[in-house]
Structures are given as C-alpha cells and as structure tokens.
Design a protein around this ligand. Structure first.
Ligand SMILES: [Zn+2]
Length: 221
C-alpha cells in the first residue's frame, strides 16, 4: 500500500512541474543523455526524500528530484564507455623516455555508498617505438574513468588498461590517491585519511628498477 501512496505522490509532483525532467541535456552530447533515464532518477530522489520523512512538495525540495537527475547524468556519463577511446591521437616522437603526468585531479563516486571519493591520479608510461599520446588525453582517461560508480582499485586498473590498449607502451604505472567520503562522513569517520592504490603493467610489472624510478616520480613529495 505504501508503494501506491508513494507513486501517487510522485505523479502529483511530476504534474506540479513542467515536463522538463526527461529532456535535460548538457554538453555531454546526445549519446550520454540517452543512456540516462532522467525520470527514473528523479523518481528515485523523490522516494529517498519521502523515505526520510521529508515533504517533497515544500518549496526548497520542489525541484530537487530534477536537479538530482541532472547531476547524476553529469556524474555518471562514463558508465559503459571504454576509456581508451579518449586517446584519440598518438605521435611517433622517436623517444622512449619515461612520460609522467602527476596530480590529475578527479571526483568519483564510491559504488558501495554512492558518496564521493576525491583525489589525484598519477601516471607514468614508457613508450614503445617512440609512440606517445597527447598529455591531455591522459587527463581525459582519468576524467572518463572517474565518471561512474567505482572502487578505487578498479579505477586504477582501468586507467592503466586504457593507456595500454590505446598506445601499447612498454610499461605503465598508475598511482591513485583519494579521500573516501564514506570513511570521512560516516562509519569510522576519519576525515583526511587517504587511500593509495597502484597498478603496474608491462616492464613496470617485471623490472623492479623501472618500477622504482616510476614510483619515485609518481609519489607525492
Ligand atoms: Zn564507500
């Protein structure tokens, strides 16, 4: 019975607004917009507010479900997208020297609690046959990988795999450092604690000297 009351409340809420929620687009393009069910997201937000005893019709909350839906579309546009597609160019620079990009900031979402984890990704790769990619492409890989419900361990692996798939380097090292809000604001409540994850591929996995050099450059000083 409760469910029907809830659904009734939600349909009244929908009628009370203009029918905008399902057609929201942002600069992510049509594909991203189509993958996300805006109406379902707004419904879910409305149910959560009801479940905690809120009045979903009061002034401050009236547009919250639609806002929540738009926010989730933005935060989760990377669901099901292969991050290696962000590496759209590669150049033959004839150099096999180590390439390192540090402190690529990201915001992601813990898939266990749906609260943020925020941090930096640090990437090193050793080109094979002089093939490199644009530095901003590495940042794009991090950005796309972070835009989905995640665990940090998998995110670290996905970043490394995307680089490996796109330019087939001799080795890749990725170090991700993040604060998880599910540890800061709930549960054990330890704000400021950092989780560090690493992933090594190719020579970075087998050659301890190459790994140590990469790690010394990736680590926060
Ligand atoms: Zn969590």
């Amino acid at each position: 019975m409760e469910a029907s009351v809830t659904n009734l409340a939600y349909s009244r809420l929908l009628k009370s607004r203009s029918k905008s929620a399902t057609k929201v687009r942002n600069d992510l393009g049509d594909d991203a917009g189509n993958r996300v069910d805006q109406e379902k997201l707004a419904h879910a937000a409305s149910l959560i507010l009801e479940a905690i005893g809120e009045n979903v019709f009061r002034e401050g909350l009236r547009d919250t479900p639609a806002r929540f839906a738009r926010m989730f579309q933005e935060l989760c546009y990377g669901v099901g997208v292969d991050a290696s597609t962000e590496i759209t160019c590669s150049f033959d620079e004839g150099s096999d020297g180590l390439v390192v990009v540090r402190d690529i900031g990201f915001n992601s979402m813990c898939e266990h609690h749906l609260v943020p984890f925020i941090g930096t990704a640090n990437i090193a790769y050793l080109p094979k046959n002089g093939v490199v990619t644009g530095l901003s492409k590495l940042a794009r890989v991090v950005e796309l990988t972070s835009r989905r419900p995640q665990v940090q361990e998998r995110m670290t692996e996905e970043i490394a795999r995307a680089i490996e798939d796109a330019i087939d380097p001799s080795g890749v090292a990725v170090l991700v450092e993040a604060e998880h809000f599910c540890m800061s604001m709930r549960g054990i409540k330890k704000p400021g604690s950092k989780t560090i994850t690493t992933l090594f591929k190719g020579t970075m996995k087998t050659d301890m000297e190459a790994r140590a050099e990469a790690l010394s450059l990736l680590r926060d000083k």
